[in-house]
Design a protein around this ligand. Structure first.
Ligand SMILES: NC(=O)c1ccc[n+]([C@@H]2O[C@H](COP(=O)([O-])OP(=O)(O)OC[C@H]3O[C@@H](n4cnc5c(N)ncnc54)[C@H](OP(=O)(O)O)[C@@H]3O)[C@@H](O)[C@H]2O)c1
Length: 303
């Protein structure tokens, strides 16, 4: 089970996404063999240029044959599910199935499945959390050596740079700005994930709910950001329809997306409007061996 940084092959899925953008530079300091999965041609071209030392592979995680080829030869795997994919559970189960094949093929090469899930997969009204609950169960019963990371709401989707560029900044609130959330800085998530991948054995069969900061309402977040920027930021509540359209555009660059993806976003906005997302930072502090990033520190780092 011990890690062989020279020869172990670490596979990361959704390598072009926000999580892996922070994780790849960290793991590449130790792991000499990286395989990065992308879906689109644009990401294939971008990542080949950005990480010339890694193997970049184009594969649709919804295609079991492509996934089987992708996982072949991997020693460790960091699974990120594609954002708002309407069949996210099936897509992630494909990856678990291929890892099981790899684990059971007699060569004994597969050693660690790290699943980047989400905080509070019990929340069945949030479809993007509920779909991961079944993946967690499937992984736990797969016989694979695994660890589950459960990050909360990302700080890094907050548009601090674009607010800083506005003379009289306005934040269009997609949900009630008084509702409280806990946040994670993606650099903290990446640091914790790198530790788990590098220490492997110590984290076997663990589940880590991961929070950097909060609870904070978005009113608090706006006040913290405004103070760091030295400008007052005005909050303007968006309509429900406007909130869905703008979040879909933020994720996919277009308002036009699969109806199944819209279903997920509609429920997310309704849930955040009333309940937000709450968790605790103790586990992340323990994993990192330091205080996680506060909201003010994150804003300062991004201005
Ligand atoms: N946002 C949050 O606050 C939050 C909090 C906790 C957990 N999460 C979870 O984080 C995950 C997303 O991670 P992220 O933010 O790093 O990703 P992201 O930045 O949203 O990027 C989406 C990724 O999905 C890939 N993708 C899309 N369709 C695919 C397919 N059919 N097969 C394979 N890959 C596909 C894209 O690849 P291409 O670029 O090649 O198209 C891209 O890498 C989601 O599961 C989400 O639920 C998000």
């Amino acid at each position: 089970m011990s890690v062989d940084f020279q020869n172990d092959l670490l596979l990361l899925t959704c390598a072009s996404g926000k999580q892996c953008a922070h994780l790849i530079p960290l793991v590449s300091q130790k792991f000499k063999r990286l395989r990065l999965q992308v879906n689109s041609q644009a990401s294939l071209d971008r990542l080949r240029e950005q990480y010339p030392y890694a193997e970049v592979v184009q594969a649709d995680l919804g295609d079991p044959h492509a996934v089987s080829k992708l996982v072949s030869g991997a020693t460790a795997l960091y699974l990120v599910g594609p954002s708002l994919h309407p069949r996210e559970t099936d897509v992630c189960k494909n990856v678990v199935d291929s890892a099981v094949q790899e684990f059971e093929n007699g060569r004994g090469g597969f050693k660690h499945f790290l699943y980047s899930s989400v905080l509070n997969t019990q929340l069945s009204k949030l479809l993007n959390h509920d779909c991961k609950r079944y993946v967690e169960e499937y992984l736990m019963e797969s016989g694979l050596p695994y660890t589950i990371m459960q990050p909360t709401h990302f700080m890094d989707t907050f548009p601090v740079a674009s607010l800083a560029q506005q003379e009289s900044p306005v934040w269009p609130a997609p949900w009630d700005p008084k509702v409280q959330f806990c946040f994670i800085a993606l650099k903290d998530l990446a640091a914790a994930s790198a530790i788990v991948l590098e220490q492997r054995e110590k984290h076997m069969y663990a589940q880590y709910p991961l929070v950097s900061a909060g609870p904070h309402s978005y009113e608090d977040v706006i006040a913290i950001t405004g103070k760091e920027m030295g400008k007052a930021i005005r909050i303007e509540k968006t309509s429900y329809e406007g909130a869905i359209a703008s979040r879909v555009k933020m994720l996919f660059g277009t308002e036009d997306c699969d109806p199944g993806m819209k279903d997920i976003m509609e429920r997310l906005i309704l849930y955040y409007e009333r309940r937000g997302l709450l968790g605790n930072s103790n586990q992340l502090e323990w994993l990192l061996g330091r205080k996680p990033t506060s909201y003010a520190e994150w804003v300062r780092g991004n201005l």
